[in-house]
Design a protein around this ligand. Structure first.
Ligand code: CMC
Length: 428
């Protein structure tokens, strides 16, 4: 039996179908609402109650702390898969066979050179520029060097655009860092794995050989998997909406990078470390900062806490916290801010302000501590998030294009002046 929802406006009733997802989530399908009611819309700032699309990529249940990519649990993927396998899974829907994975990696490597002229654009940035700004600009600039990558009507061309960006993005990310750090630009080594190669491009000193470290490669690989997708978050929704105007993949991704940069989204990982450092400098008084976070007249928020969807725990944060302990022990790093972070978490989990509002540590709370132990500087934390989220953005852009979704164009409720006569400048 088809389920329906009834809406009554001024005594008149309207029926709308209820649609159900494979995990029994339900939504009232109001596609025809405005037409049948003669102009009524819905309003939902922040889209807290709005499903913007149907998607088969990622499932998350915020009440139960469940996260799955294409049906596979994040716990299994973080433990048993590598980042490229997860990227393939997200984008194409199935885990790759050995041959498919090899071909995918080889196609990515084939496209991992960046046009030499991109270096001129990079040269134009001041050294102090934030790497996220540089990364979004260079990603956008890639269009100028790869014009054919925008033809989305052919699956072949779409595939080419996907392997191109997966090949070039780590180069651009590493270059954004090297520019910032005053290091000569480095091309990777295609005999290395995807993540190892990225680390080489980041850290190889001009006068030293690169020695790969398994602990570091595995830790970063896991972090990238944990960041790889999170359904309709702010940056992914941005990628989908920009792409919905038929804009190409690279510029849609560039828009996503900018959305991710904000401190309420991916920029929180940098903000968390800056906050923990500030607490340390201030004598380690966590209670003072807890009080500030609860004070509504103080703009301070406990960065790395809270989530729009998770109201129980963030499963990624659980894995990352465990991983932080292991990685720091493996690398022999003793970071005092790890203890400050654990102290803050303990206090928050016992404090009614945080408990009542269901505020738990999110993915960004412990990730920065691991990045730091891997030698990644603070301003590169959000670019790391972007590198991890890249397959998710691509998967959503591809899904949106294949489903031929309409251009994203919300309505509004106008609350400005009604019609008024124009005043000549002398009379204003
Ligand atoms: N510290 C103190 N109070 C908080 C916090 C926090 N971190 N987060 C939410 N609150 C309070 C908020 O003031 C509000 O209180 P009240 O009901 O009294 O007005 C209540 O909790 C609900 O918060 P909200 O801002 O309405 O919730 P939201 O779903 O709109 O925002 C959030 C979610 C993630 C933006 C928010 O929790 C936040 O700002 N957290 C800190 C930034 C952060 O860690 N962001 C990373 C998110 S996870 C990774 C990612 O998405 O990139």
């Amino acid at each position: 039996m088809t389920r329906t929802a009834t809406l009554e406006i001024d005594g008149k009733k309207y029926e709308f179908p209820i649609i159900e997802g494979t995990e029994n989530e339900i939504a009232i399908d109001i596609k025809v609402l405005r037409g049948v009611t003669g102009g009524v819309t819905t309003i939902d700032p922040g889209y807290k109650n709005t499903s913007s699309c149907e998607s088969a990529i990622t499932f998350l249940n915020g009440e139960e702390g469940v996260l799955r990519y294409r049906g596979y649990s994040i716990e299994d993927l973080a433990e048993k898969a590598n980042f490229l396998e997860v990227a393939y899974l997200l984008i194409f829907g199935e885990l790759p066979s050995k041959e498919q994975l090899e071909k995918f990696h080889s196609d990515i490597k084939e496209h991992s050179q960046v046009d030499e002229d991109v270096k001129k654009i990079l040269d134009g940035f001041p050294k102090a520029a934030h790497p996220m700004g540089v990364l979004s600009s260079l990603t956008s600039a890639l269009v100028a060097f790869n014009p054919s990558s925008v033809n989305v009507d052919s699956e072949d061309e779409m595939y080419n655009a996907i392997v191109r960006i997966l090949g070039k993005f780590p180069v651009l990310t590493a270059w954004a860092y090297r520019k910032h750090a005053g290091l000569p630009l480095e091309y990777g080594d295609n005999s290395l794995g995807y993540v190892d190669n990225f680390l080489k491009m980041m850290f190889k000193k001009p006068n030293d050989a690169y020695v790969s470290n398994k602990v570091i490669v595995n830790a970063l690989d896991k972090l990238l998997i944990l960041h790889a997708d999170h359904e309709q978050n702010c940056s992914t929704s941005t990628v989908r909406i920009v792409g919905s105007s038929n804009a190409g993949l690279f510029v849609s991704l560039s828009a996503g990078i900018n959305a991710l940069w904000g401190p309420l989204h991916g920029g929180a990982n940098q903000a968390v470390i800056e906050m923990l450092e500030a607490i340390k400098e201030d004598g380690g008084d966590t209670k003072k900062y807890m009080t500030k976070a609860k004070d509504k007249s103080d703009p301070f928020r406990l960065m790395g806490f809270g989530h729009r969807v998770y109201k129980n725990f963030d499963p990624r944060a659980k894995i990352i916290k465990k991983s932080a302990d292991e990685v720091l022990a493996d690398l022999g790093v003793d970071d005092p801010i790890l203890n400050i972070a654990k102290g803050l978490e303990k206090e928050a989990l016992e404090d009614s302000y945080f408990v009542d509002r269901k505020l738990y540590p999110n993915v960004d709370f412990y990730s920065g501590i691991i990045y730091r132990s891997l030698g990644i500087p603070t301003e590169m934390f959000t670019p790391m998030f972007a590198l991890g989220r890249l397959p998710g953005w691509i998967a959503h852009w591809r899904e949106m294009r294949l489903r031929k979704e309409p251009i994203g164009r919300p309505r509004q409720i106008y609350i400005g002046e009604t019609h008024r006569p124009f005043k000549n400048i002398e009379n204003r």
